[in-house]
Design a protein around this ligand. Structure first.
Ligand SMILES: [Zn+2]
Length: 102
């Protein structure tokens, strides 16, 4: 399981992503024992959960965002070469793999 958490307090930490191995199903018991929440590693106040994903779902999410980032960078370089500016439309942020040239 992968959990992304956010510290909403006056604290330099913004987000933290943790990977949890809960093979022995101890997570819930440990959270209850320790107050039922994840604490910020910097300010020790409770963190807010952004999302929770299973390992397969998280891998697909990471791969999708990697493809989108590559498509954005390719389009940005293309626009800079064509116009001298790096403005791109949001349409280039699709998650299909770029075409491979032969
Ligand atoms: Zn904090």
């Amino acid at each position: 399981m992968v959990v992304e958490l956010y510290c909403r307090h006056s604290c330099p930490l913004r987000e933290i992503t943790i990977e949890i191995k809960d093979h022995d199903r101890q997570l819930i018991e440990m959270l209850v024992t320790h107050g039922g929440e994840f604490k910020c590693v910097l300010c020790r106040k409770p963190l807010v959960i952004h999302w929770v994903m299973g390992p397969t779902e998280h891998e697909q999410y990471e791969e999708q965002h990697a493809r989108m980032s590559v498509n954005y960078q390719i389009e940005r370089q293309r626009q800079i070469a064509l116009t001298g500016f790096g403005s791109v439309s949001l349409a280039c942020m699709h998650d299909a793999l770029p075409a491979v040239s032969k």
